[in-house]
Design a protein around this ligand. Sequence first.
Ligand code: ADP
Ligand code: MG
Length: 446
Amino acid sequence: MDNIASYPELVPVFQDIETIIGKDTYDMWLRPVHFVYENNTLKLSLPNQFWGQTIRERYHHIITDAFLKHLGVNITVIYEITPQTPTVTPIPKPNPVIKKNTFVSRLNSSYTFENFIESPSNRFAYKAAQAAAHKMGARENNPIVIYSSPGLGKTHLLHAIGNEIVKTNPFAKVLYMSGEEFVSEYIEALQNKEAESFRKKYRTLDCFLMDDIQFVSGKEACTQEFFNTFNVLFESRKQIVLSSDRTPQQLEWDERLSSRLLSGLPVEIKRPNLETRIAILRQKRDSINFDIGDDVLAFIAEGVQTNVRELEGSLFRLVAYCGMHGIVPTISIAQELLADILVTQRDKSINVNSIKKVVGKHFNIKMEDFNSKRKTQSVAWPRQIAMFLTTELTDLSLPEIGREFNRDHSTVVHGRDLVKEKIDTDPFFTAEINQIIAEIKSVDKV
Ligand code: ADP
Ligand code: MG
C-alpha cells in the first residue's frame, strides 16, 4: 500500500487490516504493494506469483471484510503481477506530524471515544479511559488496568485514549503495543544486544498503552523488564494503561507488581445488556450506511449475547450476504444465515446425557456423581451447572429435570439460580459456560 497517501479515505481501512494481521506481517506483505482503487475494485500490483498467492490465501478475506466494515462496500480484488514493481519500496511518506512522532503510527484511528457506546457494563472503564486521556498521569488514575473476557472493547478503549491524547497534543509520546509485541521485541533486543536502547525507548514515554498483558506473565525475564519499565514510568508520573483478559489477581505476577497494579484503578468491562447491544448495532449500521431495519438489529442483538466482536461479526456477515445478493435483510434471512451463532432458546436435539458427559469431562467427575447424594463442592457445583444447562438447552420441565438428577424440582431451581447469578457477575465464568455449551452442541451434532 505504498501509495496509500493518494487515498486518504482508505487509511482507516488499512490501519484496521494492520491491527488484525500485525505490524510485521503488514510491513512484509502489504505495505510495499502498489495499488489502484476505483469502482469498488482494488487492483494490487505484485512483484511475483508467490506474493499474490500469499495475499490471496491469507489476507483476502481480511481485506474485503475491512472494506465492508469501514466503507460498506463489497470489493473485488484483482491480483496483477507486474515484475518491475520493486519488491521493497520505501515506506510512504507520512504527514509531517506523524513523521516527527513515530510512536503514533501504532494507533488505529478508527477506534475512538466517539464511536464507543457507553453503557452500564463498560461505564467505569470508559470514564477511566477518558480520565487517562484528559488528565494524563494523575495519581488517582494511574495505572489503569482494564480487564474483561475477550471481545468487549479493551483494545478499542486503549486506542481511543491514544487518539484522544494526540488530538490535543500531536507530539505526545504515546505508545500502544500488545503484550505479545513487548515480549517478542524484548527477546529480539536481547538477541541483538540492544536491551539498553529498548529500555530507553520505553522510558521516555508520556503514555504507555499495553494491551493483553497476560502474555507477559509467566515469562521471567520479560516480566522483570516490564516491571522495571512500569516502575520508571510510574515514578515519573507517566500515564500507564494496561489491559488483560484476566483479573489483576489472576495474573499470577509477583506480589510487588500485583499490588502496584491494584494500587491504581482496576476496572472491569462486563457483557453488554440488550439495549446496549442494540445501540452498538445501530451505530455500526449507520457507520457503514447500509439499509437494515431496527427489527433485524434487535433480533441479532437478542441472539448474540457473547461479546461485541461476535455481534459485529454477525452484522457484517448479514450485510455482506445481502449486499452480494442485492436483497434487503430480514429476520428470516438473519435467522438462517446466523443459525450457528444465535442463541437457540430451545435446542431439542440436546439431551441430558450429553450435557452430563461434557460437564463431567470438563470438571473431571463421573456420570453417576450427577445423580448421587454426594454434596461436596467439587461434585455439587458441576451438578448445578449441568442442571442449569439442562434448563437452558432442553425442553424438559423442572420436575422432569429433577428426576434426571435424582432431586426434586426446588433443588433444580436453587442450582440454576446460583449458576445464573455467577454468569451475571463473572465474565470469565460466562466464557467457560459458553465453551461448555459449544462443546455440548458439537457432541450432539455427531
Ligand atoms: P477486546 O480487546 O476486549 O477483545 P475489542 O476492543 O477488540 O475487544 O472489541 C471488539 C470489537 O467490538 C471492536 O471492533 C470494537 O470496536 C467493538 N466494540 C467493543 N465494545 C464496543 C462499544 N461499547 N461500542 C462500540 N464498539 C465496541
Ligand atoms: Mg483486544
